[in-house]
Design a binder for this molecule. Structure first.
Ligand code: SAH
Length: 415
């Protein structure tokens, strides 16, 4: 499980010292995990990805410790601030153990698919680890983690005893092969090769994840709690799941007793997976009894078509991120407004419209007021009956870490 780590580069023994501009000092003192290139007044040496950075203020007072990333505008991924400490194997093991302890609430819930490490929010900026049953998927969003894997992976292996480790690299990281010591995106770095998707459990439901060809690391783990809520409301209902991916909300609704569930997605492989998700769960009588239909197509078009048919009691709309940068926020809000209006058109008079957003640039207040305004203008004003955020394995460790919002809305009956 650990042999592959032997060939990886190690960080330089000499630290990089950085003097930080006054404007950025406060953020670092408050423990912000990012130090931008623009905030660097001067720097001792060039440095390689993963080298340890010691950041000082203008009066040479200690500020923070972090990992150097020469390729990213977030030049230092900050690990620790306030007082100097040793960044050694025990430090990384401590962060991993704390992350595992934070997810304790999942034990006993028949869930072996969850996020073990959520980057910045677990004190390990740029490092994501997802678990699917016996497989760990390690995703690097910064090459600074390559020379640190020998300090992180042993703690993961010891605590979770995986049979296999898959490595994923963000597009930005994959662009710099010189820093990767032969590692590439999607390799099984330890354990047996993958011969198909991995089956895992979420609250007793069986799902598959393909950590190499699937979206994200294979599954949208962050919606677990919302799937549970939808399940609890679905008895006897007609449910529409728009942007269904592999049918997470769909099968939860089915187990909750939904009579009829429709899954809509643009991706054929996602809908094939959604069908298989129902097959994997037929041992639940309610899933076997549910009439499940998949509809391939663009959600905006399909919703328009469905508006001419019998409305649904529960409509879930969980689109991909529409705003990855600040410049895309207006477009994202317009798309959310359109989906809200289309969503009300397919929701029954006493029905529930569930609207989710994973765009980090659109905050909860913006998302709510945008949806309420859109529905009002469309003639079916919303009452928001519940609003949820992050699941326990996606903690929020800094302001930018909050991205998931979900509104449970009752549209006013048609006039
Ligand atoms: N609700 C899902 C996650 C949704 S992720 C879950 O609980 O697992 C977003 C999904 O939207 C992806 O499956 C993607 O294929 C799909 N998608 C993206 N653009 C789309 C569009 N225009 N119309 C329909 N589906 C789309």
């Amino acid at each position: 499980m650990l042999a592959w780590l032997q060939n990886l580069p190690r960080p330089a023994p000499k630290n990089i010292t950085i003097r930080v501009k006054k404007t950025a000092e406060r953020h670092l003192r408050h423990g912000h995990p990012w130090l931008f290139d623009q905030a660097i007044a001067n720097q001792s040496d060039g440095g390689a990805a993963g080298d340890l950075v010691v950041a000082f203020d203008e009066k040479r007072g200690f500020l923070a410790l972090g990992l150097y990333d020469p390729h990213s505008p977030i030049r230092v991924k900050v690990l620790h601030s306030k007082k100097p400490i040793a960044i050694d194997d025990a430090f990384f093991a401590g962060r991993i153990h704390a992350a595992i302890a934070r997810r304790e609430a999942l034990s006993g819930t028949d869930t072996d698919g969850y996020r073990v490490v959520h980057g910045e929010n677990d004190g390990l900026p740029g490092l994501v680890v997802d678990r699917y049953h016996d497989t760990l998927v390690i995703k690097l969003y910064s090459a600074c983690w390559v020379p640190r894997l020998h300090q992180v992976v042993p703690a993961l292996v010891e605590a979770l005893a995986p049979t296999r480790i898959v490595l994923r690299l963000s597009r930005g990281v994959a662009k710099h092969p010189a820093d990767l010591a032969g590692l590439s995106d999607g390799v099984v770095v330890a354990g047996p090769p993958l011969d198909g998707p991995i089956l895992f459990h979420e609250r007793g439901l069986v799902f598959e994840a393909d950590p190499i060809a699937g979206q994200k690391t294979g599954f949208f783990l962050d919606q677990r709690d919302n799937r549970a809520i939808v399940e609890s409301l679905s008895a006897g209902k007609r449910v529409l799941n728009v942007f269904s991916y592999s049918g997470g909300f769909s099968v939860a609704a089915a187990r909750g007793g939904a009579r009829h569930v429709v899954s809509v997605d643009l991706s054929r492989p996602a809908l094939d997976a959604a069908r298989r998700t129902f097959d994997h769960n037929r041992h639940h009588a309610a899933v076997a009894a549910c009439d499940h239909l998949v509809m391939p197509g663009d959600a905006f078009d399909v919703l328009k078509d469905l508006a001419r048919r019998e409305p649904f009691d529960i409509v879930v709309i969980d689109p991909p991120s529409f705003a990855k940068s600040a410049t895309e926020v207006d477009g994202a809000l317009a798309a959310y407004a359109r989906l809200t209006a289309l969503g009300t058109d397919v929701t029954a008079d006493d029905g529930l419209l569930v609207l989710a957003s994973c765009s980090s640039r659109v905050d909860a207040a913006m998302f709510r007021s945008n949806a309420m305004q859109a529905a009002l203008q469309h003639g079916r004003p919303l009452t928001v009956v519940d609003e949820t955020a992050h699941a326990v394995d996606h903690p929020i460790g800094f302001a930018e870490g909050a991205y998931l919002k979900c509104l449970y809305c009752r549209p006013a009956p048609r006039r």
